[in-house]
Design a binder for this molecule. Structure first.
Ligand SMILES: Cc1cc2nc3c(=O)[nH]c(=O)nc-3n(C[C@H](O)[C@H](O)[C@H](O)COP(=O)(O)OP(=O)(O)OC[C@H]3O[C@@H](n4cnc5c(N)ncnc54)[C@H](O)[C@@H]3O)c2cc1C
Length: 251
């Protein structure tokens, strides 16, 4: 294993990232299974570890001018239990369904987004909420819409010296009632085949059907075939979940 550092300050973390090849680690629930998998195939050289869970400013949910700020290292359990307005209902429901209680206690929203799995449950609700990602490095900070941040399967626009520090949600979206529906091969502890997040403002995001979740008002769906389901099944299932989500919102 490489060196392990756990700074308390953001600046110290950014200095570490600027100076060497480092693997950022939050809850570790994506990294460690991936590491075990790599080890089984003869793991390549290991980078050093930068554990960001000691940086208090990366945790928690707060109001800010024009909306809400979610620290990147906020756990799913904190999101699940926070008393947030109805616009966050879809995100709260996703939080309730990510893994089991142990995973929810440990895993973070930022890790889910930076891992950029096509089946990441955090992506459709935050896309629906028109969320922006705040990235920081010693060079400064920048903000990207979620659609600009996730580029493909496990690919993001994050540079190697950047940390995702927060997710910003505009107030207008935070107030619009929302729902989240997830279809898997069973009810719990499952990777999604299709998921849908929709709100009363008419925004609908569909995940697990393409490399990156999509807003339906921007582009049509072009579902993928994989071991979990065929493209044809996904097409039908997505249409059904969107219809159910709209029915719930109407009710
Ligand atoms: C049993 C089990 C069940 C699961 N069920 C689900 C599920 O139902 N739905 C689902 O979507 N996921 C699921 N997951 C996957 C995982 O739990 C989530 O994706 C989780 O949110 C990852 O967060 P983490 O903090 O553990 O990320 P980590 O594993 O710590 O990191 C993931 C990636 O993000 C990077 N990273 C983390 N934080 C930052 C940051 N702030 N800035 C820059 N890079 C960062 C890391 O370098 C790494 O590449 C499951 C995992 C397990 C083990």
């Amino acid at each position: 294993m490489g060196a392990y550092v756990r700074p308390r300050e953001l600046r110290a973390a950014l200095e570490v990232l600027a100076g060497r090849d480092c693997q950022v680690m939050a809850g570790g629930t994506d990294i460690f299974p991936a590491r075990a998998h790599a080890a089984a195939w003869g793991a390549p050289r290991e980078a050093d570890w930068l554990d960001i869970t000691g940086i208090e400013g990366l945790r928690g949910i707060s109001r800010e001018e024009g909306g809400w700020r979610i620290g990147a290292a906020t756990s799913w359990a904190a999101l699940r239990d926070a008393g947030l307005p109805r616009g966050f209902d879809a995100l709260r429901e996703a939080a309730r369904q990510v893994g089991g209680r142990q995973v929810q206690a440990r895993a973070t929203i930022g890790g889910n987004l930076c891992n950029a799995s096509p089946a990441a449950d955090g992506v459709p609700p935050l896309m629906m909420l028109d969320a922006e990602m705040e990235l920081a490095s010693l060079r400064g900070t920048r903000r990207l819409r979620l659609e600009e941040f996730i580029l493909g399967n496990r690919r993001t626009a994050r540079a190697t010296d950047e940390l995702l520090v927060a997710i910003h949600v505009p107030e207008a979206m935070a107030q619009s009632p929302s729902v989240f529906l997830k279809l898997g091969s069973r009810a719990h502890l499952v990777i999604s085949i299709v998921m849908v997040a929709a709100n009363a403002a008419g925004r609908v995001a569909v995940g697990s059907c393409s490399e990156v979740a999509r807003l339906l008002d921007e582009r049509g769906l072009a579902p993928i075939d994989d071991v979990r389901a065929t493209a044809g099944y996904r097409h039908l299932a997505a249409a059904e979940l969107v219809a159910r989500a709209r029915e719930r919102l109407a009710a």
